[in-house]
Design a protein around this ligand. Structure first.
Ligand code: URA
Length: 189
């Protein structure tokens, strides 16, 4: 199965009740050969309406952070732990995430990123380890297999706590200098 086929399957998913309230499945966006995969939590209102991840206010901040380290959405891939918007933007329930995360695992298998950046605590808990402490553990590299993992604050948290932007900037500089890990044969980022 390729990414397009997986997206098609995901777009008609009814495996958890979140499908009932969605306008669009937000599968993911970006370069299928990206070396860097960013993982957020789940779609908000704007993402649900457009079907594209990180297009609301937090997405605008995310774009600025990418730009600051000279990356564009065409070079990276961005996806979420869950693909349908939880009502009122609540955190995904464990039973929803448990079902939906298989799509993300398949995306990871197909894209084969060298670097995974978790945006916020929820993504970090599901992807790095389950008692992840974002304040203490952000900005630190870990490795599983051939993939290097790092977490930073979620952009929507940074909108609420702008004093944390300096730390997020340090994390993005780590990501910028992660080319030491980038050894993809096709030369893409
Ligand atoms: N927040 C997320 O975690 N993901 C999105 O796609 C949008 C906002």
């Amino acid at each position: 199965m390729d990414l397009k086929e997986l997206e098609k399957e995901c777009s008609s998913c009814k495996k958890c009740p979140l499908y009932e309230g969605r306008n669009n499945v937000v599968f993911g966006q970006g370069n299928e050969n990206a070396s860097i995969l960013f993982i957020g939590e789940g779609p908000g209102e704007q993402e649900d309406l457009s079907g594209v991840p990180f297009v609301g206010k937090s997405g605008q901040l995310f774009d600025k952070m990418l730009e600051a380290v000279e990356l564009t959405r065409d070079e990276i891939y961005i996806a979420n732990i869950i693909k349908c918007r939880p009502p009122g933007n609540r955190n995904p329930k464990p039973e929803e995430a448990k079902i939906c995360i298989d799509y993300l695992y398949s995306q990871i298998d197909l894209i084969k990123p060298t670097i995974i950046v978790c945006l916020g605590k929820v993504a970090s808990e599901y992807i790095i380890h389950d008692d992840f402490k974002i304040t203490a553990e952000r900005g630190q590299w870990s490795q599983k297999g051939n993939c290097h993992y790092i977490a930073t604050y979620h952009p929507s948290y940074l909108l609420r706590s702008p004093n944390k932007k300096a730390e997020a900037w340090l994390d993005f500089k780590e990501i910028k200098h992660a080319d030491k890990f980038l050894n993809k044969e096709d030369g893409s980022n």
